[in-house]
Structures are given as structure tokens and as C-alpha cells.
Design a protein around this ligand. Sequence first.
Ligand code: COA
Length: 444
Amino acid sequence: MNVGIDGLEVWTGKLKLDLPGTFAPAKGEDPGKYTKGLGLYTSSLPDAYEDIVTMAANASKRLLERKEIDPRDIGRIDVATESAFDNSKPVSTYVAGCLDQVFDGEFRHANKGERKFACVSGTQALDDAYNWIQAGRSRGRAALVVATDTALYARDDPGEATQGAGAVAMLVDEDPDLVSLSEAQGIGSVDETDFLKPNQQFPSVDGKRSMQVYLARMREALQDFARNGGDTHPDTFDLVPFHTPFPGMVQKAAALGFRHCVRNTEVETQLEDEIGRQPRRNEFDNRDNYFEAIKSYTKDLRETDTYQGWYARTVEPTLDISREVGNWYTGSVHVARTAGMKAALESDRDLVGSSLLVASYGSGAQAEIHAETVQPGWREEIRQLNIYDQLDSRYSLSFEEYEAIHDVHNHDESTDLEPFTTPTDEFVFDGWGRMGERKYTHVE
Ligand code: COA
């Protein structure tokens, strides 16, 4: 059965923080750390009336309207997030409550849940929907999967540089218009303490460790994917969207992945005259010397035309949105897929039938790799996205305004602030209910 993503919509927070222009000078840092080191230019942040529910519901509304979906044709609503504000009632019920306000018909018989495993849970929710359809339990209905996060860090945490906020809504169905998902899948998963939120809003992060864990779990997932019948030759894929906490992380992961995948292939042989053969562990009597040799080989590999051509074609286009929005946690890899396909559309690349290698990661920690096959309807789907218009119309914050909006979204502060933007035809946060629940309304 051909099952995958039938369509998607991306919704960004309405505010932006200029990282090299506003944030770096206020922190006394070199702007090059952001543009060259992390590869980030602006962060998307939520306005005072926005949160994970409004962004998820707004993305979903656009998607369901555009695809002309009747609520009764949705059999599941799964929300993936690591910014939930309720330990019992899932975010998907709040989102469905919003959608109920504007759609004729209800989502009464849709199975609703919330998925948690740091940033990889968006992909896990896709996987759940895929399995539900493959198991024959969907009765012809589709699943609505939404990845939504306000990726905020405590003020002055190093992670503050990588903040972001937004949602990606995806419709998972049989005979999809956008991409079908492979049966082959690879997992790399180990109990790690690199990033966590034990009953706290802002994460405790060991940033450098989280980068190492990302790379280690990704390599294991790749090995597992190959063992399970997945093709890992780099030339097989037209795009390789990675989980993108910041583009600099993907540059490291892509080089490691490429090196791993070309070992013992004709690509390694072709590169041998230029940079030698890849070091093998059995050629070294200690690990440190081996790691030094691998590091040096990878540095040389990154300089070759072969690597640079592959990277420019398959990875670089997937970073176009991330650079302008920061980390969206659960949505991040889905933003990367969207950016890559949008760039392909704009440069008139024909993707029908081509393969994507999708590499997801969540701290704690787990990487997942699967392949996707682009479907004939992809152009029409991607053409209808307005994410670049949304990015262009964000309000640009001064540093003082950024400090104020960070406080508004800090659960330990009670700050009232006039919104910087005016909502139109969208869901907004509308205060608190009698049991402490958050309330939402749709404004015209
Ligand atoms: N010009 C060019 N590059 C610069 C620079 C400058 N002026 N200043 C710094 N850099 C480079 C650094 O060399 C580094 O690159 P490298 O890793 O290739 O060496 C990069 O910019 C980041 O600088 P660094 O000093 O390491 O930043 P940091 O100590 O503030 O921490 C993170 C960076 C990613 C660890 C931090 O933002 C974080 O904790 N993020 C949240 C967790 C996360 O996203 N983890 C990723 C896996 S999910």
C-alpha cells in the first residue's frame, strides 16, 4: 500500500529576532558566531496571542481547507510537541477544539493523542499514522499529524541562540500527493542525558554533548537502515532533510553521513588519488589516533568537489527556512523537507519518483532514518505553501521587545503585553478558563 504525506502546511510565529544584527550585539558577541558558526540569521518567536495550540490549529485549518477535507474523514489527530503545558489533556484536544469552531462537522470520532520524544516525536507521529493505515484500521480516513513547538530557552542559556517557534501540519493518507514513506526504517536509540525538561518549562541542556549524541545516534540509525534493506548510497537521494536545530549541526552530520555511506563504494575509490582511503579502525593501535585520522580525512573530504557538489544538491536547499526560523524542535526535520522541495520547485527540478533520505533526531536520545518517494502531485502541493510570505511579514523585535516577549511566554512570569501584530482569520489565545485551561477563539 502506498502511504505517506498527502499535503502539509507550515505556520511560523509572527515575530522575528535578528540574530547577527540585534541579538549578538546585545550579548557582546561576534555576529559571525550566528551566521557562519551556527548558520542562523533570524529566530521566529510567538506573539503574545500565539502558542503551540494556535500555531498547530492555524496550520491545520489551512491544510484541511486547502485539501477540502471533511472532519469526518479524519480518523486520528496526533500532536507531537516538547512544549506541552498540560500533563493530562493532550494538545490535540485543544487543537480539535479550535478546529471545531470553524468546520462544519466534528472531529468526534478521531482518535487523539500526544507524542513525546524530544524532536524525533514529529516523525514518530507520522510513523504511528502510517502504521495505523497499513494495519487496515483507518477505514479510508486520513490522519492529521501536527508538530508544534515554542523552542524557548532560559535567558542567557547557550541554547537561546537557537530558539524558534512554529508548527507543521501534515495529512497522512493512502495514495498521497506529496511523498510516500518507505517500509525500511533505521533506529539508533540509547538512554542519554543531553537535553531534558524534568517538570520545568525551559530545558536543561548539555549542548556540546547533545551534538555528539546527535552524530552517534544518527550513525547507528544509518547502519540499522542499511541492515533493514535501505539503500544508503548518496547518489540515490535527491534531497536529504536532517533534523536541523541549526544549520551548522547539519553540516557536521552530512559530512559524517556521506563519509559513512561512501565507504567501500566506487566514490571512495574515485576520491583515493585526491585524499587517500578512509582510515579503518584495524589500521590503528589506539582509538585516539584513529579518531584524529578520521577527523583529518573528513576535513579533506569536505573540501572535495565530489562532496561539495553532493551537499549543494541534496542538503543545502533543505536549510533555507531553518536559517530564518531557528529550531522548531518536532517540526524541524519537516521544515527541512519543505524547504528542500520548495527550492526544487523554484529551480524547476523534477522530483517525481525521486527519493529523499529523511534523518530525524530527538535528544534523550533517538535517531530515525527512513526514505520517501516523491509523488506526482508534489508540485501542486508545494506551490500552494506561503511560508516565505509569512516569514517576510514577521514583526522585527528590538532587544528590549525580545526580552518582554520572552517574559510573556515564561510560565513563571505574569506579564501583560500588547501584541506587536494584529491577528487576521486565525486562532488566538484568549485567556484562562475556570479550571486553569487555556482558551482559544477564532478572529476574523
Ligand atoms: N565566526 C565563525 N564561527 C564562529 C564564531 C565566529 N565569530 N564564533 C563561534 N563560531 C563557531 C564555533 O566555532 C562553533 O562551531 P564549531 O562547533 O564548528 O566549532 C559554533 O560557531 C558555535 O559556537 P560555540 O561557541 O560552540 O557556541 P555555544 O557555546 O554558544 O553553543 C550550542 C552552541 C549549539 C551548543 C548551543 O547553542 C546549545 O546548547 N544549543 C541547544 C542544544 C542543541 O541545539 N543541540 C544540537 C543537537 S540537538
